[in-house]
Ligand binder design. Structure first.
Ligand code: CP
Length: 292
């Protein structure tokens, strides 16, 4: 049976633990031939730096051939539907298609029509499963046992697929979440603690996952400028003091809006570790989906 990864619920806790054991081996950055003669196609209908290149590096490091469709010059600009684009690419015999789209649900829909494994590289504000997996992997790397740890997710949570996937995944591993945002950025999760103030919760957290303000998903401008938002939600040295709080961010970071420069440079920042871990986790995901 062809397996897909459209959201974090597609993998059980046990499967994720197994995936992480594999990912640990892949941190050595050595080339392997686990996906020799396999083909991975990337179709990113939204911009990406990390996810697209991370999947490309991951597939190549496992020996796969990779084709990354340049959507801007593809026939989708001539009116071809998303379904036809995917169906045509599927007939070229890929083993996996990694897709990013601005509309929630696109990877799930495509998974019903293609023969290859669909991997969600981010769909609208719904899900970004490999990001949440690499976030959890990074937290486990930092803490060992994550059960009982408290992580604050801070920022434009309502519009964030990263937050949505982490909200599904992290509590499954015993992590308590606090959602911190101005009221208009808070989603409705009655079972999760919320706060409008970073200062109010800073003494109770082991980690802070800062998020970018997703202005491209706002119907109208909410703040006059991002600086207005940053007054209350920027992670600064003054805020965290000498507390042992790990700082995460999925990227792209709005420097000095989401996180201050000196916090990004601080040894408590795991932001670049997340990127390195992302390749290893995506190698493990591709290996699992394609090889079983
Ligand atoms: N974290 C993340 O999804 O980054 P990109 O948008 O650059 O892929």
């Amino acid at each position: 049976m062809v397996r897909h990864l459209t959201d974090t619920k597609d993998f059980s806790k046990e499967e994720i633990e197994e995936l992480f054991e594999k990912a640990k081996e892949f941190l050595d950055e050595k080339s392997r031939d686990l996906l020799k003669s396999k083909l991975v196609i990337n179709i990113f209908f939204e911009n990406s730096t990390r996810t697209r290149s991370s999947f490309e590096v991951a597939a190549k490091r496992l020996g796969a051939e990779v084709v990354s469709l340049d959507v801007a010059t593809s026939s989708s600009t001539k009116g071809e539907t998303l379904y036809d684009t995917a169906a045509n690419l599927d007939m070229m015999g890929p083993d996996a298609i990694v897709v990013r789209h601005k509309n929630a649900g696109v990877p799930k829909i495509l998974s019903k029509y293609v023969k290859s494994s669909i991997v969600n590289g981010g769909d609208g504000a719904y899900a970004h499963p490999t990001q949440a997996l690499l976030d959890l992997f990074t937290l486990k790397q930092a803490f060992g046992n994550v059960s009982g740890k408290t992580v604050a997710i801070v920022g434009d949570i309502k519009n964030s697929r990263v937050a949505n996937s982490n909200i599904e995944l992290l509590p499954r591993f015993g992590i308590k979440l606090i959602l911190v945002a101005p009221p208009h950025f808070l989603p409705n999760y009655p079972e999760i603690e919320t706060s409008n103030s970073l200062e109010e919760i800073v003494d109770r957290v082991d980690g802070i996952m800062s998020l970018r303000t997703q202005t491209e998903r706002h119907k109208e401008a909410i703040y006059g400028s991002l600086s207005d938002y940053s007054v209350n939600y920027k992670v600064t040295k003054k805020l965290i003091g000498d507390r042992d709080i790990k700082i995460l961010h999925p990227g792209p970071v709005h420097r000095n809006i989401d996180i201050a420069d000196d916090v990004l440079d601080d040894e408590r920042s795991l932001v670049l570790d997340q990127v390195k871990n992302g390749v290893a986790v995506r190698m493990a995901v591709l290996d699992k989906l394609i090889n079983g």
